[in-house]
Design a protein around this ligand. Structure first.
Ligand SMILES: Nc1nc2c(ncn2[C@@H]2O[C@H](COP(=O)(O)OP(=O)(O)OP(=O)(O)O)[C@@H](O)[C@H]2O)c(=O)[nH]1
Length: 453
């Protein structure tokens, strides 16, 4: 849309002046951004404006007061020298006025300047077409872009609102002031259920208190905290998040807010857990594999040594297993191994460790257990396993029995010695006819046979 100017001639003059002026503004703009002045102006724009206005008023008043004094003393037309001395104050004040006025209309001038210089490119960006000097038509400035700072703010806000990562801002009293759309999606809560509350509302309660202590210490000292925490969605489902929390400082340098960027890593955690299980578990039975079993057994041995606690080890071996394999096939043999493993795992406490030590051999580590307790458990286990019946190919029931040897930890024992002692007791149980329990104290204690690996 174009607006007819009131007088074509005056319109032409105005536009010519405006173009020249805008061109000079663009050079000033380029210079200020080059020298870094723009950043300074943006950061303290308001206070600088106030300062300029106050300076303008003060200088004008000073200039007028001095002139008034000179004129009062010498009269009009006299004391030309003194008047010249004080004239620069008036000049300065007028220059300041020009700066303040230019600054106030700066965004509009910039927009108009771009419009005047950009032509078709400007039209694509929504500017009105350039002035037509041949007709003297005035461009329509009613449709102008937002000043740069407002545009930038809106862009930042949209970027945070719609970022694919969950973002939360809390104040320095730990109350939530802002969450973005991704945060609402991840947590399952609505904005009104979250704002004003503490982020503790999301905790699943598994994270150790030391983690939170470290978090607060880090961010209150002005540093960025990074870590993984387990949270709970509104639905009750638990999920893992990777969090980075950074403090935001106000213009006085005080920590006023914290911004948390949170990424849902539940899937990745699940994959890591699967890999961990794969590395620790025996593929056939699901109980600890030999490597993990020895690792855990060594941990318990050290604990027993350090705290003077009892510790017992059972070695369980399926009787005549070769015959089972040979008569009924390896599939049934595997089934027997699985059932014995399950029975062992189901017969012990949570803190006990059950692992597959060899083909049809199992080790059970019993922390805090005296020899009497170990014998009791071994007897019960032997009986339970003897009750197992596996259906053979011809429909007949295949019985499975085990022999068990056990040994109790004695201060100074290495793991190799403890396992060797249990193995010696097992050997004795086999020689006594199988399907029985023997303690190492029942037979001669052997010296370590060498490497347990
Ligand atoms: N089906 C199956 N057999 C296995 C597995 N691991 C080892 N074996 C077999 O288990 C048998 C173990 O036999 P032996 O060590 O002679 O012991 P045993 O026959 O149980 O005799 P005693 O222990 O003296 O009662 C061997 O035939 C191995 O091949 C397995 O994972 N699955």
């Amino acid at each position: 849309m174009r607006v007819k100017s009131p007088t074509t001639f005056m319109g032409k003059i105005y536009l010519a002046l405006a173009q020249g002026y805008l061109l000079s503004l663009r050079y000033v703009d380029g210079f200020s951004s080059f020298t870094g002045l723009q950043g300074l102006m943006a950061s303290s724009r308001t206070s600088l404006k106030i300062f300029l206005v106050v300076a303008f008023i003060a200088l004008t008043a000073l200039g007028l007061w001095m002139l008034d004094g000179v004129f009062a003393a010498d009269g009009f037309g006299g004391a030309a020298t003194e008047v010249n001395i004080f004239m620069p104050f008036l000049g300065l004040s007028l220059m300041l006025l020009a700066v303040v006025v230019a600054w106030a209309v700066w965004p509009l001038m910039r927009t108009a300047g771009e419009h005047l210089q950009s032509g078709s490119e400007g039209a694509e960006r929504g500017f009105p077409p350039p002035a037509d000097f041949s007709t003297g038509e005035m461009p329509d400035f009613s449709h102008v872009e937002l000043p740069v700072s407002e545009y930038t703010l809106e862009t930042y806000k949209a970027a945070v609102d719609h970022a694919p990562t969950a973002i939360m801002i809390t104040n320095n009293r730990g109350r939530i002031e802002y969450v973005n759309a991704a945060f609402l999606r991840t947590s399952g809560y609505s904005r009104s259920e979250i704002l004003g509350r503490s982020p503790a509302m999301f905790s699943a309660g598994h994270t150790r208190s030391e983690v939170y202590a470290d978090l607060w210490q880090t961010i209150l000292s002005g540093n960025v905290w990074r870590g993984e925490v387990c949270n709970r969605r509104k639905s009750g489902e638990e999920y893992w998040e990777n969090m980075a929390i950074s403090p935001l400082r106000d213009r006085f340098g005080r920590v006023a807010h914290f911004v948390a960027v949170r990424e849902d890593i539940t899937e990745r955690k699940g994959r890591e857990e699967d890999l961990r299980q794969l590395a620790q578990r025996d593929a056939l039975t699901g109980i600890a594999n030999r490597r993990y079993l020895i690792e855990r057994a060594e941990q318990e041995r050290r604990r027993a040594e350090r705290f003077g606690q009892p510790l017992a080890v059972l070695m369980v071996d399926i009787d005549h297993f070769k015959a089972i394999n040979d008569e009924h096939g390896h599939a049934l043999g595997d089934q027997a191994i699985r059932m014995v493993a399950q029975t062992c795992a189901a017969s012990v406490r949570e803190i006990d460790i059950v692992g597959r030590y060899g083909g049809e051999e199992f080790v059970i580590v019993l922390p805090g257990t005296l020899p009497e307790g170990a014998r009791e458990l071994a007897d019960r286990l032997r009986q339970r396993i003897a009750e197992i019946e596996i259906a053979g190919a011809d429909g007949t029931a295949v019985a499975v029995t085990v022999s068990i040897g056990f040994a109790a930890f004695e201060p100074g024992d290495q793991l190799e010695q403890l396992l060797a002692a249990a193995d010696a007791a097992l050997y004795r149980a086999k020689s006594l006819g199988r399907n029985c329990v023997v303690a190492v104290t029942d037979c001669l204690r052997l010296m370590p046979p060498g490497d347990v690996q």
